[in-house]
Design a protein. Sequence first.
Length: 430
Amino acid sequence: MFAIRWNSCTVFSVLIVNLGLVKCEFSVPNLQFEAYEPKGFRVSIPADDGVQLFGFHGNLNKKISQIEPGDLSEDVTRPENSIWSYNNKDQALQVGDTIHYWVFVQHKYLGYRKSGELKVDRLIKPSENQCNAANTLVNGGSKGCINQVIFEDEFGTGIDSNKWTVEHYIPNQGPDYEFVSYQSSACQVIDNKLKITPTVLTKQELGQSLDLKKGCTRSDITECVQKFGAIFLPPIKSGKLTSKFKFTYGTVEIKAKLPTGDWIYPEIYLEMNSNQKERIYIAYARGNKALNFNGENIGGSCLYGGPDESLSFRKFASLQKQKSQKAFTEAIHVYKVSWTPEKIELYVDGAKYGETTLTPAFKNSAQLVLGVGVGGINDFPEGSTSNGYSKPWKNSDRDMFKDFYNQTSNWKSSWTDSSLLVDYVKIRAI
């Protein structure tokens, strides 16, 4: 048998010989509701891996209990166009109507319920309801309709483990060799926003081994444990999320406040599944307010985006760039990437600032990454200065972690607004 989730954090597993608790690993996504002229409506959820059945039960303009089938109901046993949907072609609706509902979703043989209200605030004309097949591939399989939302997160009350892997590892195998360990405790949801905050380890923490074996998200033991000894530990604790959702082509829109602080940078990019060194940057601006290199300020007032295969400082010559009088790290902005089979376009606050032709490396599936990095070997050029002092490490030096930490007095005071804040993420088929 399967268990049923009643909008709680645990599910009760109904077995023949035992009654036990199963950790909640799935939550029913928010329903997408479309009401049409002159009649008909659709209620849908994305076709996530593991979903086996979608059952809708509703009443028009009257309450429904979670034990009655409802006047509007159907059990859907297979998805179409990357969505599970209940389609009612006969029910006429008017603006102001309310459908009271409960839905049942079977996910990996466990059952989950969600209840609520769907209010009609507009009616969609038939021409708006046409499905034009998209180029987007979802999880390596079915295509959706152009402009259809295929993934979104508004970060309600917590990080959805069904959507995200909260990274927990030490990036000792590169490719950036950033000065951090990624730990789940650095990732929080506060006031409906994802908040990822880098913090400096204490002397006591730096004087002992770093053991992330419990919950480590890497298979290589060297990225799960680093013994105290001759090699200095990564001096910063930070956070990173990787989407479990994979797709090829689409528009990615992210409303975010980028982190501020010397030698900090946001990690907001699509990572190709075929090669982690191949990325499409969505929003990149260094946290340094004034970072001088060869007479140019390449700090927070320079926004970068686009595809990169090099993973070295050379990438900044090929990425698209937008300059501003104010640092992009000072305020919330909406960043967008449009990724098609032909090209990649970059936007900030609705204004296009760059375009590049797509190469074969970026015609594979990708996952979305959200995180905060510090230092490393690929993001800050040798010879750069920040607020009058030189970059406190050399990329080729085995003691770069230690050298960076020993100059804490130079950079720590700039970390007063060092968190990455993400309001929402939305990905549409294209």
